[in-house]
Design a protein around this ligand. Structure first.
Ligand code: CDP
Length: 256
């Protein structure tokens, strides 16, 4: 169940808007616990989020994949990454299907294609437009389903799920992040230098942190997890420990 989310198209279910503000005994979306895992590029947050979702049997939202999908379509259709209104229209109408760990756009499997460095760079440009972010908001909130959701991104704790039950901000030094991304790409048979990766990561960090709309930052109530000297397994355990401690504190009222 962990990699599931809404079965098709990731459209918000009817009534989601009306349900969202409900609290307590209501069966609205807000009673479903969310673990927000935010952080910079290649910090390991995606792997940590997937591990936590798997351990808890929660749904998983990889919000970056939505920005990557818009960027991938924009590159394919030669839409200028600075044309906010055109990109927002594209984001709004995005035909996407998340199924069994694969991602299809317009009926085509693009799981690997959206991970290229060209799409990574374009995604961070696409993501600066407030209209694009607004267009993707309901789609992201629609992933909030029982029994719970682990959401990974840049603004999960600050904008998309400000009432998340637990917020974790995963960091690592730029050098360590470049090293991790390098290892990942080499394993996939993609050859690239550490220098160019480090440069790309620094450029993306700068763009993510400095943009006006939903900049990358830890929510005031987030726990900072520096994974520079940590294994993935240790990072997953650490988030699970935080979740369980908080659940024990709140006596099982895990919504917020
Ligand atoms: O895996 P990595 O951290 O490199 O990237 P990602 O999480 O797939 O996100 C790709 C790009 O989308 C990032 O560089 C951000 O600019 C943007 N993004 C965002 O603005 N907000 C999110 N919630 C998630 C991603």
């Amino acid at each position: 169940m962990s990699a599931a989310g809404p079965p098709q198209g990731a459209r918000p279910p009817r009534g989601e808007r009306r349900q969202a503000p409900l609290r307590g005994g209501h069966k609205g979306a807000a009673t479903v616990p969310v673990i927000a895992v935010d952080g910079p590029a290649a910090s390991g947050k995606g792997t940590v989020a997937a591990g936590v979702a798997q351990a808890l049997g929660f749904h998983l939202l990889d919000s970056g994949s939505l920005y990557r999908l818009v960027a991938h379509k924009a590159l394919a259709e030669k839409v200028d990454p600075d044309d906010g209104p055109a990109l927002a229209a594209m984001a709004e109408a995005l035909d996407v299907d998340f199924r069994d760990g694969r991602i299809a756009r317009d009926g085509r499997d693009v799981t690997n294609a959206i991970r290229s460095e060209a799409v990574s760079a374009a995604a961070s440009r696409v993501a600066v437009h407030p209209a694009v972010r607004a267009a993707l908001l309901a789609r992201q909130r629609a992933f909030r389903r029982r029994p719970g959701l682990v959401a990974d991104g840049r603004d999960m704790g600050t904008v998309v799920f400000p009432d998340a039950f637990l917020k974790v901000f995963v960091t690592a030094t730029p050098e360590e992040r470049a090293r991790r991304r390098h290892k990942q790409l080499i394993e996939k048979g993609i050859s690239i230098t550490m220098e160019s990766l480090l440069r790309d990561i620094r450029e993306r960090d700068a763009r993510d942190v400095s943009r006006a709309s939903a900049p990358l930052r830890a929510a005031a109530d987030a726990v900072i997890l520096d994974t520079t000297d940590m294994t993935i397994a240790a990072a997953v355990d650490s988030v699970l420990g935080l979740y369980r401690a908080r659940a024990a504190e709140t006596g099982g009222k895990e919504s917020n």
